[in-house]
Design a protein. Structure first.
Length: 195
């Protein structure tokens, strides 16, 4: 259950070496605020990833977190479980953020970027599902830059691609930013079909 995650967090003590890394602000108790219809629970997350979450939250591992792996392995659900614990969080897929940017007035787009900048944790899902165009490249780069310069890199980026393929889809700058923190493979059977 979520209590397992709480217990892991209370076992951690910050050292001088970890104090320099960004820490994620957490809520006293988890609350679902993003993608409410998607069932999830920290007890369903791979234990290795739960431990990695603990290290990231505590400042023992570097942000951002790049989650990669097969379709249906539970990457998005795992990220949302952490978002439920985060003080504040936001979620976008690359396509939804690109569509929002293209379809809204510039003032609305500016408000959304400001909202995202103020979140303790941001999740950007479905990186490089297809060949990138100028708009998706721009959205991804802006998100990476915003999180790097204003939020201690505290973000989770999710893709089905192996990390080296991201350099081919985007470029070396994007690849460098995506892989500068913690890269975690999450594989397994497609959970949508194993029910």
């Amino acid at each position: 259950m979520e209590n397992h995650f709480d217990k892991l967090l209370t076992q951690h003590e910050c050292t001088a070496d970890t104090a320099r890394m960004a820490k994620l602000r957490l809520r006293d108790r988890p609350e679902r605020r993003l993608l409410l219809g998607l069932p999830r629970g920290m007890n369903q997350v791979d234990r290795r990833l739960v431990d990695m979450f603990r290290q990231l939250v505590a400042g023992e591992a570097p942000w951002p977190l790049l989650l990669h792996g097969a379709v249906g392995a539970g990457k998005s659900r795992a990220a949302l479980c952490l978002a439920d614990f985060a003080d504040t969080a936001a979620y976008h897929s690359v396509d939804s953020l690109a569509d929002f940017t293209m379809q809204r007035q510039p003032a609305e787009v500016a408000v959304e970027w400001e909202r995202l900048a103020g979140k303790a944790l941001v999740i950007l899902d479905e990186l490089a599902q297809r060949r990138t165009n100028e708009l998706t490249y721009s959205v991804v780069k802006r998100m990476l830059d915003e999180r790097e310069f204003h939020a201690g890199n505290i973000a989770i980026y999710i893709t089905n691609l192996e990390p080296p393929a991201l350099a081919e889809v985007f470029d070396d700058r994007i690849f460098s930013r995506l892989t500068a923190g913690t890269v975690f493979p999450l594989d397994g059977p497609d959970r949508r079909h194993s029910k």
